[in-house]
Design a protein around this ligand. Structure first.
Ligand SMILES: [Zn+2]
Length: 482
């Protein structure tokens, strides 16, 4: 089998190198290989070393999406008029679980950088690491390797495109907070993807450097609004930035299913680019991240979390159709960790209610902002929450707003862009929703519980059972012929 794979790798590499100038600078000479990757894999996958490789691999990460989020989504999306609880796209493709701990130097609770580095490279690292090992040495990522095989590559995220997860597939930096340096490296280390969709104007259009211009000079088509996705030139790589940092919350965005919309456009575009090259179809590798499930989790904000989950579910439903039409495609879905210690039920009550979450139309932040600038009464709250608050709940909002105002001069947030009353209202809006749903949270940070692994399409059974996040990268490397 090894002989077959080596021969295949060689021929793919030949095609890859002849294929495009974009690949030339990808191979960074200082990149170290994951330790004994192939042999570890063949030990962990007895008798199941892939004999037939998928052409397209789509890696999907729900940032912060621990098992409680996919469970909650089942009740959120349930049709309440039927007795059964309908299965979701997640239920249809559940394969197993993954552990998420970082390298031991960072304990057992991972951040998104260490976890994405593990998922991208197969190597454990410290919290904050972007595509580097514990010695801060660059480690090759599956996206870089896919590019070397002549595959088209793309990333689609709802955060800024240089945020921890996408950066761990595209860059090598000792710390996730080096946002400008990471953005610079997208050009300076060689352009590694044919398509980038997400947010990030503030890092890509700066006083000291205009990376958007440089991408355009490198032949990229640039768009800065979702309408542009409907009209992508089939012969050019694409950079699409749609926000200063992360995209607006799904509930507030002009397109509530923007991850699904971007994914459809991206998949079509990568196929178009492949056809345009008129070369052998080497397929594509894509990273998709529903980045803001995590952000909602950090805020203990269940209504925005469910809206982000809904966007991800629509994205996966689209990918189900794509795999039906293109069975040589593998889709893997997992989380980098769970966030907030979210669970369904709290305070000894045997209840969790999704009802009000289903009809909400605005993010918590939007609701709080409107409550800050308008006179609070039950008409306003009914319009903003899209369900009736009790008079007690309305009074609590009024009281929080007034109290915060009274303390304004002493408030530590006084220099912040968000006013004290708005901050107090954000907190209160969330507490009303958490109480109504009876949602439980143990933390404003991450937790170390295992995360679910879903997969469908060619070779998806490789992801069955219990695994570590590094195994996921190792399996993907093997499916990319390494
Ligand atoms: Zn997080």
């Amino acid at each position: 089998m090894k002989l077959f794979l080596s021969a295949l790798t060689f021929s793919l590499l030949t095609v890859g190198c002849a294929n495009t100038a974009l690949t030339k600078k990808v191979s960074n000479p200082v990149i170290t290989e994951p330790n004994a990757q192939a042999s570890t894999l063949s030990r962990s996958l007895p008798g199941s070393y892939p004999t037939s490789l998928p052409s397209n691999i789509i890696m999907v990460i729900g940032d912060g999406m621990g098992p409680a989020y996919t469970t909650a989504y089942r009740y959120f999306s349930d049709n309440p008029t039927t007795e059964v609880v309908e299965k979701t796209v997640f239920d249809r493709h559940l394969k197993g679980l993954s552990s998420t701990h970082p390298a031991s130097i960072s304990g057992i609770v991972t951040d998104s950088a260490a976890s994405a580095t593990a998922l991208a490279t197969g190597v454990k690292s410290y919290n904050g690491a972007i595509g580097v090992d514990v010695n801060k040495q660059p480690v090759q990522t599956v996206l870089e390797w896919a590019k070397l095989q002549g595959k088209k590559t793309g990333i689609v995220v709802t955060s800024q495109i240089n945020h921890a997860t996408p950066a761990s597939y595209l860059a090598h930096n000792e710390h996730r907070q080096n946002y400008n340096a990471i953005a610079d490296s997208y050009l300076d280390d060689g352009i590694k993807a044919d398509l980038y969709l997400g947010g990030g104007w503030q890092y890509f259009i700066r006083e000291d450097r205009n990376l958007v211009k440089e991408f355009q000079q490198a032949g990229f088509h640039y768009i800065d609004n979702y309408q542009g996705l409907t009209n992508l030139p089939s012969d050019k790589p694409v950079l699409g930035l749609f926000a200063d940092k992360g995209l607006p919350w799904a509930l507030d965005d002009t397109d509530k299913y923007r991850l699904a919309t971007m994914t459809k456009a991206a998949v079509h575009h990568l196929k178009d680019l492949q056809n345009h090259d008129n070369a052998k179809d080497n397929g594509f590798f894509m990273l998709i991240e529903a980045s803001q499930i995590d952000w909602a989790g950090h805020g203990n904000n269940i209504s925005d979390a469910m809206a982000e989950m809904d966007d991800l579910a629509k994205t996966l439903e689209y990918l189900e159709h794509f795999v039906e039409k293109h069975p040589d495609t593998l889709v893997i879905v997992t989380a980098d960790h769970s966030t907030g210690g979210f669970t369904l039920a709290a305070n000894g009550k045997y209840e969790w209610h999704a009802k009000h979450l289903r009809t909400m139309k605005h993010s918590v932040n939007y609701i709080a902002k409107q409550l800050t600038v308008n006179k609070i009464n039950s008409t306003l709250t009914a319009a903003l929450f899209n369900f009736e608050l009790t008079q007690d709940e309305v009074n609590l909002l009024i009281e929080n707003k007034t109290k915060a105002k009274a303390n304004q001069n002493k408030n530590i947030y006084q220099n912040n862009k968000t006013s004290p009353s708005e901050l107090a209202l954000i907190k209160r809006v969330k507490s009303i929703i958490n109480k109504r749903t009876n949602s439980g949270w143990t933390s404003g940070g991450h937790t170390a519980i295992d995360v679910p692994v879903f997969a469908f399409g060619k070779q998806s059974e490789l992801f069955n059972g219990s695994q570590d996040n590094t195994d996921i990268a190792k399996k993907i490397f093997s499916l990319l012929g390494k």
